[in-house]
Design a protein around this ligand. Structure first.
Ligand code: V07
Length: 250
């Protein structure tokens, strides 16, 4: 009973700095309603807006959302082209709201492979929110965790090759500095990772960065997720004792 979520309330002084979310269940949400999968993605985008504002209001500093993985290209072509329109729609309908809430958009992943119009929408969203210094809304777009590590290793190897770096100086810090989350500095590693829709996999999302993250899995489908669901996940986070492998709280 003590751990009954309804009896434990959110501690506003212990909000996780960085929350990462695998937004799963859009297709299942649509299927339940006899709608095409893309209707689920559209509703999922509206959920992104609601949850981003809720996170910002709670004082979250970074919200990283897995929007499109390097594996998602294998989906039916029609679905992929619909997904590629979403950053454009998102930009058109939501950037003014983000500016009002002082939210800065960031994107990590290989955006050079995206259609021209999608690349432009992403650039515009980043530019138009560049002066915001509140929460960072970080989209993982055409992102893969292993791909990110491969790129980091290549970059480090070429620095060693050119003599800029000694192999002896390669460290965890150096690796972090070559990952796509490097611009986030000390906020690069999520404190809390949430996956919706009942699946308990990482699906090549952040690999290095989640070494000490708390995981919360919920059966809720992404389009049904909201500010209250986020608060529940944060309460679960707050009920856990983070130990960082015994490095702190000793
Ligand atoms: C996408 C909506 C959320 C549910 C999961 C998949 C579908 C927002 C963006 C986005 C990305 C970059 C950006 C601005 C917005 C997005 C894709 C899919 C591909 F700068 N939602 N969303 N991109 N979905």
């Amino acid at each position: 009973m003590e751990k009954d979520q309804n009896r434990v309330s959110l501690d506003p002084s212990r909000i996780p700095n960085h929350i990462a979310i695998i937004m799963d269940g859009n297709g299942r949400w649509a299927k339940k309603r006899h709608l095409p999968r893309v209707a689920g993605h559209k509703e999922g985008m509206n959920t992104v807006k609601k949850v981003a504002i809720a996170a910002s209001d709670l004082g979250v500093k970074v919200l990283t959302l897995y929007a499109f993985s390097t594996e998602n290209w294998k989906r039916p072509q029609k679905e992929v082209s619909y997904l590629m329109q979403l950053p454009i729609r998102f930009f058109k309908t939501f950037v003014p709201d983000l500016v009002k809430h002082n939210v800065k958009v960031m994107v990590m992943g290989d955006t050079s492979q995206l259609p021209e119009g999608t690349q432009k929408a992403v650039k515009d969203a980043i530019n138009d929110t560049a002066d915001c210094d509140g929460m960072i809304l970080n989209f993982a777009l055409n992102y893969g965790g292993r791909d990110e590590i491969v790129r980091a290793v290549k970059a480090i190897a070429s620095e060693v090759e050119s003599g800029k770096l000694s192999s002896q100086d390669v460290s965890g810090t150096v690796i972090s500095q070559h990952l796509m989350t490097a611009p986030l500095g000390r906020l690069a590693d999520p404190d809390l990772l949430i996956r919706t829709s009942g699946e308990m996999r990482l699906s090549n999302f952040l690999l290095w960065q989640i070494a000490y993250s708390e995981f919360v899995f919920t059966d809720e489908l992404w389009p049904d997720f909201d500010g209250q669901s986020l608060e529940k996940a944060i309460i679960q986070f707050q009920q856990r004792h983070r130990r960082f492998g015994g490095l702190i709280n000793k």
